[in-house]
Design a protein around this ligand. Sequence first.
Ligand SMILES: [Cu+2]
Length: 69
Amino acid sequence: MPITIIHIKGMTCGGCVSSVKTVLTKIPGVSNAEVSLDDGQAVVQHDGSHEDMIFSRAIEDAGFEVIRQ
Ligand SMILES: [Cu+2]
């Protein structure tokens, strides 16, 4: 099962963490999303049917910034 790690800027509390987790797990094909406030990152487990960009876009649409390398 593919795993994508996304680095996120702008999360400040547990509410932000659950917002990000919610938008990610709503995407079809995502089986789990672990979001860490301290690390500023999301670890997304998915079925590989999407380009990684769809995860970044969902996070940005929720009002957070994605750090792209
Ligand atoms: Cu918050």
